[in-house]
Design a protein around this ligand. Structure first.
Ligand code: SF4
Length: 386
């Protein structure tokens, strides 16, 4: 199935930046459908997992096989197995129909409402929908996730018998305090309300020829950004000059206007640097730039030669320096302690760890974070003898 310009996997982007759909349509096809190495690996994980689910295989049976040009290693197989197990468990629990990599569409609602969902278990009145996230960078939350809700609505809009909907993200490579499986549970009425008040209006907003552009975290995966062709980022660089800026003369309103362009500029720079690395890794010589090894800390060889015989590094260090070569055992950090395999570890950390005051910084107002007041001058200078 062709990619929809309003695909669920790009939901965050087109919902926030409706003009991106117009800008992407202007790109040549190879840039529109550009697949990064990370995306290729993600596709391979989906294809291998789908085969395991459909053929009743264990992922270990697929180690060494190639999907989408990527070989399934033991590590990738372990990650995929978590997803395969979660889907199988839901199917054993609820019974009913199992859908894997299934094309879905809701063209009666919008012409571009189509796509492919990873997996679903349908056993009326319960519909369990799964999405596998192979990435290890960005955490994907299940709550209020437009992508998963869009899949659910495209699949269930004409199936009124499904009234209890469970949307589950499986992200086995990324640490999360709630674990690698996270779910949102919705009633049909809640999903329908969301689709009618948020998703469908956002879809229609992309159709206007003047649909606005808005930069944000969603630029990271935007093909227009990858093609360095975003008018918004051009605007972001328009105010730059070699002259030292006089930011102190900006009004608050002008400062806010300029700050709105910071994200666009950051994503533009990241895309520019990514393109530089890609070309140089392919052998291009770019004047003024060199390909160099990444910085790395020194590490010891595990086995060394002492008096002509192989010796473990710890033994060698002990012979030379005794206890001085070793560090004393130290308490792990709260984050490290939380990860040890002990049923009380999380509770211990929750009870005894705290965040010391570390000064103030600025965060974007996302409607959830609670801001604080700056300290009063008398508090800042408390204890200072003037
Ligand atoms: S790069 Fe960002 S601002 Fe530009 S079109 Fe894409 S999503 Fe919109």
């Amino acid at each position: 199935m062709a990619h929809s310009p309003l695909g669920a996997s790009a939901h965050l982007r087109w919902e926030n930046c409706p003009g991106s759909v117009r800008e992407i349509a202007k790109l040549p096809e190879e840039l529109r459908n550009y697949e990064s190495e990370f995306a290729k690996e993600g596709t391979a994980m989906h294809e291998a997992s789908a085969l395991a689910l459909n053929a009743g295989l264990d992922m270990s049976e697929l180690v060494g096989r190639t999907f989408n040009g990527i070989e399934i290693t033991g590590e990738l197989a372990d990650f995929c197995q978590e997803y395969v197990d979660a889907v199988r468990f839901a199917h054993e629990l609820h019974g009913g129909e199992l859908l894997v990599e299934r094309s879905i569409e809701a063209s009666a609602l919008h012409k571009d409402a189509y796509g492919t969902l990873d997996a679903a278990v349908l056993s009326a009145p319960v519909a369990c929908i799964f999405d596998l996230k192979g990435g290890e960078g960005i955490v994907v939350e299940a709550e209020d996730n437009g992508q998963f809700r869009q899949y659910a609505w495209m699949l269930l809009h004409d199936k009124p018998e499904f009234t209890d909907i469970v949307l589950t993200v499986v992200q086995p490579r990324r640490e999360h305090s709630e674990g690698f499986l996270r779910s949102e549970t919705l009633t049909r009425a809640e999903l329908e309300h969301w689709a009618n008040t948020k998703m469908l209006p956002a879809m229609r907003a992309t159709e206007s020829e003047n649909a606005p552009l808005k930069a944000g975290e969603w630029c990271r995966f935007c093909p227009v950004n990858k093609a360095l062709a975003c008018p918004k980022t051009e605007q972001a660089f328009g105010f730059m000059s070699n002259e030292p800026p006089k930011f102190e003369v900006l009004s608050d309103a002008a400062l806010l206007d300029q700050l709105k362009l910071v994200k666009a500029a950051k994503f533009y720079i990241a895309a520019l640097e990514g393109e530089r690395l890609k070309r140089m890794m392919a052998g291009a010589k770019l004047p003024g730039w060199l390909l160099v090894p990444k910085r790395a800390d020194r590490i010891f060889r595990q086995t060394v030669e002492v008096n002509g015989a192989p010796c473990g590094i710890e033994e060698a260090a002990s012979r030379w320096f005794g206890k001085e070569a070793f560090t004393e055992p130290a308490l792990k950090s709260p984050a490290q302690l939380e990860k040890i395999k002990h049923p009380e570890a999380k509770a211990f950390v929750a009870r005894y760890a705290y965040k010391p005051e570390n000064g103030l910084t600025v965060a974007e107002d996302d409607g959830k974070t609670v801001g604080v007041e700056p300290p009063k001058p008398e508090a800042v200078f408390a204890g200072v003898k003037l």
